[in-house]
Write a protein that binds this ligand. Structure first.
Ligand code: AHR
Length: 500
């Protein structure tokens, strides 16, 4: 049997995990809003038309922050279309996804949905077709108490208290030629700096994320961040990262799972780019990372090509996730936890129906995708201090990476110091016997071990078979004389909760 070792020392810590790394994303795209969070015809809709069953699952996931309203959508969005009496709101052709936006859900409704769901909003502003003027108006509308034009309008629209949105994105993927209002790094950097400046003057409490590259494969990647940060360094707190992985050519599961190594390298390189500008500017301030779009995304691409234009809430980008996708999502979560000293915010893209862990039928059933579970486990048990583990693992070569480790793992000491949770991914076809000496945690015992595994990597959940892939309790562990030994099943996601 293949063997691995995890070494842990109580004093070797990566740092406190910011719970916002378990954030998510709702864009006006496909059925994320219309037919997803909002479906007034549904029997479980509340007085505002929000599906209660969706809210319940979002609460179960304990999503701390949800990015809104885009995505590519935001780069053509007039936020004023989505406020005030609903029957007077315009219907508009929407150029990011070639749909019709009816504006029945806008800023006030989404902030109210977030309040009811127990989450916070990360608001993106349009820096594609608009600029500082519209951004400051939206900020005034959201965060001013009253007594000014936009804040009084919010009160007139029925929201007496400010929405108090503390986290803002300065546009979306402005480096991408597909973006409405695509810009060069210098054009965007200047615009973002001036917009950030006036937004901070208006509300100094807010935090701001500037757009980084759309993915690690962009030809301008790193050069983009460096130019943009030259302009914006003093005014912003975070640089955005986005990354999706797919398996359209049905490569081996080992190749597919080794994408986490690319994610690792990408984060390190962006952190290095931020630090280069810090050094150049002789600054004392660090720029942190907001990894505000990440996921597996490729299953629905062929259907998207056939999509009919100018529909309201069309089924679009509805990836149906299989078991191997859940493993990669688990690996990406481990990567985010391991980089929690630099990554302070991360949003899985997206939350409902569109490349999402939660699926709904219009006016019908709800079900959990395979990727729901690693996200749930990380969000619930991955809060506290990330530990700096040393891993000794067998290695394998993949198409893109030589010597990729079979074992990927991180451990988190809970905020109340009651639990130490190991998240471990076995990327090989063999059982991996993994040993960890817990001498720094005498008297510990295993609370539970959860495992997700499957003999078919392509197996999915569906509305008819919602529990085809679910985690189950495992007893494949021993803890003797402080030595924990676990048998990690072939191709498996494992959560080992040690009670301290
Ligand atoms: O999440 C889907 C899309 O992916 C977003 O709108 C965009 O920012 C990214 O390209």
């Amino acid at each position: 049997m293949a063997k691995a070792k995890i070494k842990i020392d109580k004093d070797y810590r990566i740092g406190e995990i910011d719970k916002r790394i378990y954030g998510s994303f709702i864009e006006h795209i496909g059925r994320a809003v219309y037919g997803g969070i909002y479906d007034p015809a549904h029997k479980l809709a509340d007085d505002m038309g929000f599906r209660r069953d969706v809210m319940e699952l979002v609460r179960e996931l304990q999503v701390p922050v949800v990015r809104y309203p885009g995505g590519n959508f935001v780069s053509g969005y007039r936020w004023e279309d989505g406020i005030g009496p609903k029957d007077q709101r315009p219907r508009r052709p929407e150029l990011a996804w070639f749909a019709v936006e009816n504006n029945q859900v806008g800023t006030d409704e989404f902030c109210e949905w977030a309040r009811r769901t127990g989450t916070n909003v990360m608001m993106a502003i349009n820096l594609g077709t608009r600029g500082a003027e519209e951004a400051r108006s939206l900020l005034e509308y959201c965060n001013f108490e009253g007594g000014t034009y936009w804040s009084d309008l919010r009160r007139k629209n029925g929201y007496q208290s400010p929405h108090n949105i503390m986290l803002w994105n300065l546009g979306n993927e402005m480096d991408g030629p597909w973006q409405i209002g695509h810009k060069t790094a210098a054009e965007y950097g200047r615009l973002a700096a001036e917009t950030a400046k006036v937004m901070r003057w208006l509300d100094p409490r807010i935090e701001l994320a500037v757009c980084g590259s759309s993915n690690s494969g962009m030809a301008t990647c790193y050069e983009w961040e460096s130019t943009v940060l030259e302009h914006t360094y003093e005014f912003v707190d975070y640089v955005s990262m986005h990354q999706y992985y797919g398996n359209p050519n049905n490569e081996s599961i080992e190749d597919f799972l080794s994408n986490t190594l690319d994610m690792d390298r990408f984060i390190n390189s962006i952190a290095a780019t931020c630090d280069y500008i810090k050094a150049k500017k002789r600054s004392k301030k660090n720029i942190y990372i907001s990894f505000d779009e990440w996921n597996v995304w490729y299953h629905a691409h062929p259907q998207n090509a056939k999509a009919i234009k100018w529909q309201e809430g069309p089924a679009f980008n509805e990836d149906i996730y299989n078991f191997e996708d859940a493993l990669l999502v688990g690996g990406m979560l481990i990567c985010l936890m391991r980089h929690s000293d630099r990554v302070r915010i991360a949003c899985q893209a997206q939350l409902v129906n569109v490349i999402a862990p939660i699926m709904t039928e219009n006016n019908g059933r709800i079900w959990k995708q395979t990727i729901y579970y690693p996200y749930l486990h990380a969000s619930l048990y991955g809060r506290g201090t990330a530990m700096n583990l040393v891993l000794e693992s067998p290695r394998f070569d993949t198409k893109r990476f030589a010597g990729a480790p079979v074992l990927d793992a991180v451990a988190v000491e809970s905020e109340d110091n009651q639990f130490l949770t190991f998240f471990a991914l076995n990327k090989s076809r063999e059982t991996l016997e993994t040993e960890c000496n817990l001498r720094d945690y005498p008297g510990a015992h295993i609370e539970e071990m959860l495992v997700m595994t499957s003999d078919d990597p392509k197996k999915t959940n569906s509305a008819d078979a919602p529990a085809a892939i679910v985690p189950r309790l495992s007893s494949a562990y021993t803890l003797d004389n402080n030595v924990l030994t676990v048998k990690l099943s072939p191709y498996s996601w494992n959560v080992i909760r040690v009670k301290l």
